[in-house]
Design a protein around this ligand. Structure first.
Ligand code: FES
Length: 106
């Protein structure tokens, strides 16, 4: 099974199992990681925003225009930001590392 690494807001590194076909957001929920996903993957919120490790960013399928538009509304966006619900896990992405962005109220 593939692995997915989350860097939590306090810097804790959590390596978790990521069943193929699940999105990064769904994998976070499976393991109780504090990543929202208010619209459950229908590209209507941006609360599933994650910052992808630079070494991985170019390996992912590029973001769609709708995703880019939604990301514009996310807090703390960086050059390697993506929406967690739009990245689907597969073997090729095993080891993918994403950081949870700061929360607006922090
Ligand atoms: Fe709403 Fe990803 S869960 S855009």
């Amino acid at each position: 099974m593939s692995k997915l690494v989350f860097i939590e807001r306090d810097g804790t590194r959590r390596e978790v199992e990521a069943p193929d076909g699940l999105s990064v957001m769904e994998v976070a929920h499976l393991h109780g990681i504090d990543l929202e996903g208010a619209c459950e993957g229908s590209l209507a919120c941006a609360t599933c925003h994650v910052i992808v490790d630079a070494a991985w960013f170019d390996k992912l399928n590029p973001a769609s225009e709708n995703e880019e538009d939604m990301l514009d509304m996310a807090f703390g966006v960086t050059a390697t930001s993506r929406l967690g619900c739009q990245i689907r896990m597969c073997e090729e992405f095993s080891g993918l590392t994403v950081t949870l962005p700061p929360k607006e109220e922090d």
